[in-house]
Design a protein around this ligand. Sequence first.
Ligand code: DX5
Ligand code: ZN
Length: 219
Amino acid sequence: MVEISTSILSVKKGEETSTFFELETAKTDYFHIDVMDGKFVEKNTYQKMLENASYIKRISSLPLDVHLMVEDVKTAIDDFLAVEPNTITFHLEACKNKEEVYDFIEYIKKNNCKVGISVKPNTNIEEVFEFLPYIHMCLVMTVEPGKGGQTFLTDMLEKIKKLKEYITTQKLDTDIEVDGGINLKTAPEVKKAGANILVAGTAIIMANNFKTIINELKA
Ligand code: DX5
Ligand code: ZN
């Protein structure tokens, strides 16, 4: 059964509280926290996401799935560890070298948090293979990171399949999370390709019944 991680990026201003309560009732598996620093990607959601995450932490016991789209990964890890997330995912493209990737993996784990690595659409999936045995989840971006409501990049299906094949042959149990343009049309394709955690923002937030859309995405 796949899990759903609802991105709160597109939650309408002023409706945050009611939306978070409704998502908690609708039993999203995770709250997906999209942290953007205005450098790695154009938008800056850093403070807003820190506030939203700490608020959700207070009202819900559902896990936080933090997606760092930042250049200064170490600072962001420290800032978001404060909201005790389930997982912290950083971008491979934000790391200077392999040593730094291993340092971040170890540092996140040492702080009792699961670790994910995310790859942008133009990054070859083979570049993440060596880290897979040491991480809990690989986040395959199915849109260019930076904003919600974009169209799913179908070329990414091949990439997800290749990742799933490698994880299977290497007998790893790393989760495959996909993120961007996931809706009732694209969900079946990414599930077939091997994804087991789907991030959805617009598709859920714009729906009039969160429980229904979450169950339909899972089906
Ligand atoms: C984009 C974010 C995604 C995005 C998903 O940079 O990482 O999580 O918010 O939103 P939708 O589902 O609307 O594409
Ligand atoms: Zn995201």
